[in-house]
Design a protein around this ligand. Structure first.
Ligand SMILES: [Zn+2]
Length: 88
């Protein structure tokens, strides 16, 4: 790629939302694909609910709450892992 005017977006503090980054793998400007994986907080939250009684499958709720999960940014083009935003 001859044009080097691509704004270098630091892969520093990633949010849990898709961000525009230059993929270090395929050198393309892409909007990162965010996958949410269950993070430690999710399990802690789940454990807390479990201790309070696991009636009605309440302990499964955290796995549906994106806010409690790690956000994994990956390149939609080459599937390279760009970074992970952790909740803890
Ligand atoms: Zn890529």
């Amino acid at each position: 790629m001859a044009n080097s005017q691509i704004p270098a977006v630091p892969l520093g503090p990633l949010s849990s939302r898709p961000v525009q980054v230059t993929c270090p793998s395929c050198q393309q400007v892409v909007v990162s694909q965010v996958d949410y994986s269950a993070g430690l907080l999710t399990y802690l939250f789940c454990g807390g609910l479990f201790l309070c009684g696991f009636v009605l499958g309440c302990c499964l709720i955290p796995f549906c709450v994106d806010r409690l999960r790690n956000a994994q940014h990956s390149c939609p083009s080459c599937k390279a892992l760009l970074g992970v935003h952790k909740r803890l």
